[in-house]
Design a protein around this ligand. Structure first.
Ligand code: UDP
Length: 435
C-alpha cells in the first residue's frame, strides 16, 4: 500500500483527498523572519504537512520570483510547491501583484490540465490569493476556503497614519467574505470584526487558531542551550520577528533603554537577542540588509547597541535552542493576528511578555504563561521585563503555565478543526456553530 493510502486507512478517511493551497505573494519555502516571510509561510507549510499525514495531498501554488526557483519542489511527503510564472522573475512589492493574478490563474489552470487531476477544494491565504482562488473556484466549480492572515480594515484601524491600505484590498476582502464558501479567522476578535464591521455572514466564519509543533518546540536545559549557541550565562531576553512597524521594535528599544537606565550599580546587564532581518557573514565581518542596518542604527542612537545581539533570522531547526536559552521572550507588537512566536516560546516553557492585542490576548494568559502590557507603552514593557527577570518564583510558575497553555495549540487539534471546515464546505453544509 502506498504511504498516503496507509495514512487514509489509519485515520477515518478525509472527505477531500486533494487540495490546492494558494500563496501568491510569498513562498512557504522562504526563510521566515526576513523580507515578508513570517507566520503565514510557516502556517501554510505546517498545515500542509499535517494534512498530508492525514492522507490529503496538497499542492501549494506561489508566484515565481526568482529564475533560480525550481518550478516544482516536493517540500514534504505529499506536499508539492509549484512556482508559477506571472509577472517579473524578481521580487515585486505586494501592491504590484494584483495585475498579475489573471496570468497566475491561467498558468495554474494549465498546470492542472497538464496533470489532468482535479482538486476538490481551494484554500487561499491573504487577499491576493483569495482573489486568484475565487477565479479558480468559478472555473472548477469547487469550494473556496479563505484565510486573510491580516485584514486591511484592521491594519488601517491600527495605523497611526490612518488609511494606508489600498481601497482595492478593502474591496476584495469584503467581496471574498461574501464569495468564499468558508472563512477561517485566526482569533475570535477577527471573527467579530468580520461579522460586525464588515457585515459577513456568521455561519461562514469559523475561528481556528494556527498550531505549534510540540515535538520540535519543547522544553530543554537552559544552560545546555546557551552552551550550544555560545551565549553567555546572564539574563537573556529574546525577540523573534520580521522587521515591520507592526512588531513594535521601536517600543522594544525604548523600553530596553529605560530598563538599562533603571539598573543599580552591580546589577547584571541583561542581553537582548534579536532574531530577524538578513545577516550574512563575510571576510570583512557580518553584513546586514538595509532594513536591519536601520534597526541597528536606531539602537546605536539610543545607546543600547552594546546590550543587543543582532543575529539575523535563524532557521526553524535551531529556533528551539534560542527559546530554551532565553529567560523571557518579548512580543511588543501593535497587532498580531495570532503571534506564532509567542506560542513557540511557550511550547519551550519560556514565558512571554507581550502586548495585549489580537491573538496574543487569547494565547498568553496574564500572570500564568506570561505578562500582558498595553501596546506602544515602553514604560509598561520595561517594568514587565524587569519584574519577570527579577522574580524567580513568578518566572518558574509562568514556565510551567506556558508549556501547559501551548499544548492547546497542537497541530493535531488544529488539523482536525480545519478538516472539519473542509468537510462541511465540500458537502455544502453550513459550518458548525463557532466560538
Ligand atoms: N521565524 C523564524 N526565524 C526567524 C524569525 C522568525 O523561523 O529568525 C518564524 C517564527 O518561528 C514564526 C514565524 O517566523 O513561526 C513568525 O510568525 P508570527 O506569527 O510570530 O509573526 P508574523 O510573521 O506572522 O507577523
Amino acid at each position: 500500500m502506498a504511504p498516503l493510502e496507509e495514512q487514509r486507512a489509519f485515520f477515518a478517511p478525509p472527505v477531500v483527498s486533494r487540495i490546492a493551497m494558494i500563496s501568491v505573494h510569498t513562498s512557504p519555502l522562504a526563510q521566515p523572519g526576513s523580507g515578508e516571510a513570517g507566520g503565514m509561510n510557516v502556517y501554510i507549510r505546517e498545515l500542509s504537512r499535517n494534512l498530508a499525514h492525514r492522507g490529503v495531498e496538497v499542492d501549494i501554488f506561489t508566484r515565481r520570483a526568482d529564475p533560480e526557483q525550481p518550478p516544482v519542489v516536493e517540500a514534504d511527503y505529499g506536499v508539492r510547491v509549484f512556482a508559477l510564472e506571472a509577472g517579473p522573475l524578481a521580487p515585486i512589492p505586494k501592491d504590484q501583484i494584483f495585475c498579475h493574478l489573471p496570468e497566475f490563474v491561467t498558468e495554474l489552470a494549465f498546470q492542472i490540465s497538464r496533470n489532468g487531476h482535479p482538486y476538490e477544494l481551494i484554500h487561499a491565504h491573504y487577499w491576493l490569493s483569495g482573489w486568484a482562488g475565487y477565479l479558480l473556484k468559478r472555473y472548477w466549480d469547487i469550494p473556496l476556503v479563505q484565510m486573510f492572515h491580516t485584514l486591511g480594515d484592521l491594519k488601517n484601524l491600527l495605523s497611526p497614519r490612518g488609511s494606508i491600505e489600498p481601497v482595492l484590498r478593502l474591496q476584495v476582502e469584503r467581496g471574498l467574505l461574501r464569495l468564499a464558501d468558508a472563512v477561517i479567522a485566526a482569533n475570535p476578535d477577527e471573527r467579530e470584526v468580520m461579522i460586525w464591521d464588515l457585515q459577513a455572514d456568521p455561519a461562514k466564519i469559523c475561528t481556528v487558531p494556527p498550531g505549534v509543533d510540540l515535538d520540535h518546540f519543547r522544553p530543554a536545559d537552559r544552560h545546555a542551550a546557551r552552551d550550544q549557541l555560545g551565549l553567555p550565562d546572564r539574563p537573556l531576553v529574546l525577540f523573534v520577528g520580521r522587521i515591520d512597524p507592526v512588531k513594535g521594535i521601536d517600543t522594544l528599544f525604548e523600553g530596553w533603554r529605560r530598563l538599562l537606565d533603571s539598573l543599580e550599580p552591580g546589577d547584571t546587564v541583561p542581553l537582548l537577542i534579536f532574531l530577524g532581518g538578513r545577516r550574512t557573514e563575510s571576510a570583512a565581518g557580518p553584513q546586514f540588509e538595509p532594513a536591519l542596518e536601520r534597526v541597528i542604527g536606531e539602537a546605536r542612537r539610543l545607546g543600547i547597541e552594546g546590550s543587543i545581539l543582532f543575529l539575523g533570522s535563524q532557521p526553524r531547526a535551531i529556533l528551539p535552542l534560542f527559546y530554551n536559552a532565553a529567560d523571557l521572550c518579548v512580543m511588543p507588537s501593535r497587532y498580531e493576528s495570532f503571534g506564532l512566536v509567542a506560542v513557540e516560546a511557550m511550547a519551550c516553557g519560556t514565558p512571554v511578555v507581550a502586548s495585549r492585542v489580537g491573538g496574543l490576548r487569547f494565547t498568553v494568559e496574564d500572570e500564568v504563561s506570561g505578562l500582558l502590557v498595553p501596546p506602544d507603552d515602553p514604560v509598561a514593557l520595561a517594568a514587565a521585563i524587569r519584574r519577570a527577570l527579577a522574580d524567580h518564583r513568578l518566572r518558574t510558575r509562568m514556565q510551567v503555565g506556558a508549556r501547559q497553555a501551548a499544548v492547546r495549540y497542537s497541530w493535531h487539534g488544529v488539523t482536525n478543526a480545519v478538516l472539519q471546515v473542509y468537510q462541511q464546505v465540500a458537502q455544502r453544509r453550513e459550518l458548525l456553530p463557532c466560538p
